[in-house]
Design a protein around this ligand. Structure first.
Ligand code: NAG
Ligand code: NAG
Ligand code: NAG
Ligand code: NAG
Length: 360
């Protein structure tokens, strides 16, 4: 193509025609941005200065392939009538360095204890990260409802804090999920989530690693809820600490899910779970109920607690250690590195699965 271009250019020059080449603009080396509506698509180096996103507006940035993006100030959101996501970060091979800065959703302006089930309209999710690359070292503070939605393929989220702990006051924060994942080939590690709902909820995807994270105040580590046609496979939860939460570890499929809905290849290793009120570990095909009449149109298989010990401590007096409510589960499940203490024993309906090892 370039040879053709040169020869035709030479040809035109030989004809003595004078003209101006429309040279495509090369990527600007660096851009410093301080507004939600700056076009970042041509910037290979982006520095984000502090700014406020006004009512009714959202951030929707698709960075250039391989862009290096560095925060140099906080991004604060005014109370808004906009729908979520209030910020979207997209692009391939992005290196995003939060440098310890904060995206502040001013959740207290919305919190009324009802989450996304009613009351004040709450834009959600607050932040959506999709595409691929590495996002590190920032805080997502006080989100109206669900905090971070994760999509794409090939993302690593490292050392991100989701802090909705202010929503504990008078139980006003609700549905403040930390990470909602529908993505493949992703790793979430070294993150801290303080909230009132799922620390992580994996809705679909494969090759997902959740490791060395700390979760408190919420609903623990969750695969689900799985809807019709959704598949979750090959997930590892390792080295995480979950404390003071309603559930420790859960897998839940909607009771009416079918059309190939399945959960398989979930491995837990070296997790420490303490202060659980309701269920230490719950595996159920009865969602929205924890335990009732499980559906049979989906499948759960290949669930293991192996590698390093995963310990779970139930403290609620009515809490149950391990409950399984299967309509269609199968295969050999190795629970040899699972230890659960406290509470009472749960009910186990494992259908065709065969569970070996463990203490619960
Ligand atoms: C950024 O926000 C955090 C959290 O609110 C705050 O502690 C910090 O002082 C802010 N930094 C600046 C430079 O405003
Ligand atoms: C399972 O996921 C890991 C990373 O999480 C990946 O390295 C591995 O290739 C995946 N295995 C399969 C069979 O997809
Ligand atoms: C889970 O354990 C079973 C039984 O030992 C084994 O066949 C299976 O490969 C294991 N699955 C994973 C994902 O390690
Ligand atoms: C369990 O799911 C499999 C795969 O979808 C299906 O073939 C089978 O009929 C289901 N079992 C029951 C009892 O419905």
């Amino acid at each position: 193509m370039s040879i053709l271009f040169k020869s035709s250019a030479l040809h035109l020059l030989a004809l003595g025609i004078v003209f101006v080449f429309a040279v495509p603009s090369t990527k600007r080396a660096s851009c410093t941005i301080s507004s939600y509506d700056t076009d970042v698509s041509d910037c290979s180096l982006v520095t984000i200065s502090a700014f406020t996103v006004p009512d009714g507006e959202v951030i929707d940035w698709t960075f250039a392939d391989g862009a290096e993006v560095t925060m140099a100030g906080n991004i604060t959101f005014e109370q808004t009538s906009a729908d979520g996501p209030l910020a979207t970060f997209d692009g391939d091979g992005i290196i995003f360095k939060g440098a310890g800065y904060t995206l502040d959703g001013n959740g207290a302006d919305y919190w009324d204890g009802e989450g996304t089930n009613g009351g004040v309209a709450k834009p959600h999710p607050f932040l959506k990260i999709t595409g691929s690359g590495t996002y590190t070292d920032f805080t997502v503070l006080n989100t109206p409802a669900q905090a971070v939605s994760v999509g794409g393929e090939g993302l690593t989220l490292d050392a991100i804090t989701v802090d909705n702990s202010a929503g504990d006051e008078d139980s006003l924060g609700h549905n403040t999920d930390g990470f909602d994942v529908s993505a493949s080939s992703i790793t979430i590690k070294n993150c801290i989530v303080k909230n009132q709902d799922d620390c992580i909820a994996i809705n679909s995807g494969s090759s997902i690693t959740f490791e060395n994270n700390q979760c408190s105040g919420g609903h623990g580590m969750f695969v689900g809820s799985i809807q019709s046609g959704k598949i979750v496979s090959n997930v590892t939860f390792s080295g995480n600490e979950v404390s003071n939460s309603m559930y420790g570890i859960r897998i839940k499929v909607e009771s009416d899910a079918d059309d190939g809905a399945s959960v398989s290849g979930i491995t837990y290793s070296g997790n420490t779970v303490t202060g659980i009120d309701k269920y230490g570990v719950l595996i159920s095909q009865s969602y929205p109920d924890d335990f009732s009449t499980p559906g049979t149109g989906s499948t759960i298989s290949d669930i293991n607690f192996t590698g390093e010990e995963t310990s779970v401590e139930v403290t609620g007096s009515s809490g149950e250690r391990l409950a399984i409510d299967c309509g269609n589960c199968s295969g050999d499940w190795d629970f040899s590195e699972l230890t659960i203490t406290g509470g009472s024993a749960g009910t186990m309906d494992v259908d065709d699965a065969s569970i070996s090892g463990g203490s619960y």
